[in-house]
Design a protein around this ligand. Sequence first.
Ligand code: ZN
Length: 433
Amino acid sequence: MHFRKVFSLSLACLVTLFTIRAAAQQPAASSQPSAPPRDERLWKKALDIQRKAIVVDTHNDILSMMTDDSYDIGVSSVGKYHTDIARMKQGGLTAEFFSVYIDRTYVRDGGSARRALDMIDYVYSAAERYPNDLMMAYSTADIRRAKKQNKIAALMGIEGGHAIEDSLMALRDFYRLGIRYMTLTHNNTNNWADSCCDEAKHNGLSDFGKEVVREMNRIGMLVDVSHVSDKTMSDVLDLSTAPVIASHSSARALADRTRNIPDDLLRRFAKNGGVVMVNFYPGFIDKNVVAASKERDDRLKAQVDELRATYKDDSKRLGEELNKLLAANPLPATPLSALIDHFDHIAKIAGIDHVGIGSDFDGVPSLPVGMEDISKLPNITYELLKRGYSETDIKKILGDNFMRAFAQAERVAQTSSKRLSGDGSVKRISQKK
Ligand SMILES: [Zn+2]
């Protein structure tokens, strides 16, 4: 149900509502690019770097399945999901940000904050169930401790600013519960910030939106600008006194999607000291898939409209029929090189200190060849070695850049003059005008 995240307003959006959990079983894309034979000496070096590095993935949606399907992350989900503890270890992961994704329907139906509280509890219970594998973490020091103890640091980021229900008190409470970043919007514009994929209402950040950013800086919660509009991102980069992150966004210059970041904003991350974590989804990284997806949407529009009319009162059946239609019209496969191109591009435009990993595993219905699940992360290290990146630069991309930005945000909070919660900012958007 959460895959609706990716495809607002497109054909795939409709399908995702009902059937995406079957995505892992989706037939392979139309043609699989063949991978050249592996250089075993270089692969050995890649594994060595992966083992030594702090590897941080800043966005994974497996928590939605843990919450809605009671999925036990300690049990293998090969062929069903992209993530489980065994494959996280195989991928050499040090820290994972579990996405506390709040669907826009909670804005309509109410209960956004309650939904977040429920999801947060599932992360804690997973760490309690697997104390030798997972460790709750809230800081750079915790992540380093997890590395030393050979455990995976479990961190949390809220996705969708509507989760705070327009309250700075709720924002601070979420920080106390362990939330360390918030994505200011999802694909829906909320009451104080414009989204990338919805109508603009605030010309970026409203006055209250600016209060939210200042308060996040003050308490040490990272400001995440994935999913926001270009103007909102620009307002945040103007305002934030701490490094800004894009927890799972790719480069618009390589794949023309509003969900991606244009070069002029990428350059501003360098000045801000922020980091852009590359999203792995083919629909955001592969221009051939972007084009094929648009062409498919147009080509199948009549059939989709007919299905919608036929099954307007049977959403489950509608989803299944749409899924069949998609399966019969697959998109081209995406080679791993298309993903690595985004690391290259952002490193070139923003600088090698400003790029990282934000997979969106279990938040997307398809992935590049060679990156089918979280165990494949070392393939990024291998491909970067092949492109001549140094060990130091690879470690920056794997996690050191994120750790630098997170540490700087921690320092900003520690040096903030306003010590009392809500000092000077106890505002809430007052409904009563
Ligand atoms: Zn997302």
